[in-house]
Design a protein around this ligand. Sequence first.
Ligand code: BG6
Ligand code: MG
Length: 225
Amino acid sequence: MWTKACIFDLDGVIVDTAKYHFQAWKRLTDEFGITFTEKDNERLKGVSRMASLDIILEIGGKKLDMSEKTGLADMKNKWYVDRINRMTPAEILPGTLEFINELRRNDVKIALGSASRNTPMILERVGIKNVFDAVADGNTVHKAKPDPEVFLKAAELLGIETARCVVFEDALAGVEAALNAGMICIGIGDKKILKDAHMVVRGLYEMDLNKLIILEKKLGYEHLI
Ligand code: BG6
Ligand code: MG
């Protein structure tokens, strides 16, 4: 097959941590009298911690200096970490491990590409840190999605050419990052939101190797092998 590596986003693809991010941001916005809804939260998906805070302050029409912002981001992260510290393997989203195992059996490399600096803790808590051949996260890359840096880094760590990598992403910014990296992108979530992805499924439980091969054919890759 054409695909040599699959790169998975973490939050919203492998685990449903988007709800914990939302709860922690909501606690912060409630304290500051900023109205922050689940719809607003969509804009934070895939976006780094500081960029998320900037979006929230923009929504609330507030201007703060860097040290105040760092204090707020740290406070939100403390609440978030308190919650993810209690995550268990039961929180791995349905179909994830089955699909990853099927890929492995077919010699496809597996990597993680996430903006989160809490990636190591989450992988540890849900017991999958040994599942990945490479991990690129917010601790190793600094340009936020839609910049392709995190996915290019993952491909580089794997030693696989970018065109042969497939990215799984739930965020608009992440889909754009994958396309900017010149990779195939499979959206996880809503087709109406992730319309630029090459294909969209509701969750990894809907994925299997056969669907990937059909997509490769549709995109015309089988002629290149
Ligand atoms: C992304 C999430 O994976 O990580 C964003 O989708 C989050 O919502 C970003 O802001 C950074 O996460 P963290 O854990 O470093 O604050
Ligand atoms: Mg995500």
